[in-house]
Design a protein around this ligand. Structure first.
Ligand code: NAD
Length: 269
């Protein structure tokens, strides 16, 4: 059933609200878009993959509006915010979610040339992208007293879930959340969700030849280190993004990161 066919029932938690989600065409971002729509929101998306963009429009019709573009480019963010405002008239929640992974590439084995190329690709996507997006969204969020939400990762909190580049990038996103929460209080709340291992199509890096790698094999090995004993699906995290977008439930939260990782904090030694 598509969200357009949502049966009449109790009001959605996000009725009348508008969100913008980067990387909303796949994985965690797609699960957030689907859940937001199911909760009554209308959603703008910035997504680089045209096929995934088309699938969003096919599944959600005019409840979503999709800009095909790259989060590394400031003008793509300007265009996606403008498109969302044109379509839906306001912006209440901005979800900076698009990201890429380093597939735990060995730091020592990279020469300076590969390290620089990989850094540029990964940090421009995982750190510059969220910064540019937040910057582009702020004027509209100020009009609604809206909120910023960032997809972090358990790699923002712990070592070992990725390589040096990915782990450093996700620690940087936590720094971004904390500083923006400090700068933008009390008007704008700024929080993050830190998923652990999740079955998605998370891409690697062109610079390391890992762009087409698949997470599946890694996730099988990771599962036995997760206290709850399983690898998550993207939808397992979506409710936390609803919570953070819904001021009735999170109006006293800012500068926080909510882990959704099967209990990595309580792993044995
Ligand atoms: P995914 O590849 O399924 O989804 C990411 C989406 O972002 C894709 O549709 C992709 O096309 C898009 N995207 C990637 N780079 C882009 C760019 N430069 N411009 C525009 N769109 C771009 O992967 P996912 O696992 O859902 O990843 C979403 C976020 O979740 C990332 O920030 C990732 O670091 C984070 N995360 C993933 C896991 C996991 O195990 N899968 C765990 C923790 C955190």
């Amino acid at each position: 059933m598509t969200a357009q066919q949502r049966p009449a029932g109790p009001p959605g938690r996000l009725d009348g609200r508008v969100a913008l989600v980067t990387g909303g065409g796949s994985g965690i971002g797609r699960a957030v878009v689907d859940r937001y729509v199911a909760e009554g929101a209308r959603v703008g998306v910035l997504e680089r993959d045209a096929g995934r963009a088309a699938a969003l429009t096919r599944d959600h019709g005019d409840l979503v509006t999709v800009e095909v573009g790259d989060v590394r480019a400031a003008d793509a963010h300007a265009a996606s915010v403008a498109r969302t405002l044109d379509a839906f008239g306001r912006l209440d929640a901005y979800v900076a979610n698009a990201g890429v992974y380093d597939y735990a590439a060995s730091f020592e084995d990279m020469d300076g040339f590969r390290l620089t190329g990989a850094f540029d690709e990964l940090f421009r996507t995982n750190v510059l992208g969220p910064m540019l997006g937040a910057h582009a969204a702020l004027p509209a969020l100020r009009l609604t007293g809206g909120t910023l939400i960032f997809t972090v990762s358990s790699s923002g909190l712990y070592a070992g879930g990725g390589g040096t580049l990915y782990v450093a990038s996700k620690h940087a996103v936590i720094g971004l959340i904390r500083q923006l929460a400090h700068e933008l209080a009390p008007e704008i709340r700024v929080n993050g969700v830190a998923p652990g291992a999740t079955r998605t199509a998370l891409a690697g890096l062109d610079a390391l030849g890992s762009a087409g790698h698949r997470l599946d094999e890694r996730l099988g090995r990771i599962a036995r280190h997760i206290p709850l004993g399983f690898v998550s699906d993207a939808d397992d995290h979506a409710g936390l993004y609803v919570l953070l977008a819904d001021p009735r439930d999170s109006r006293f939260m800012t500068g926080t990161v909510l882990p959704s990782d099967g209990g990595l904090e309580v792993r044995g030694g």
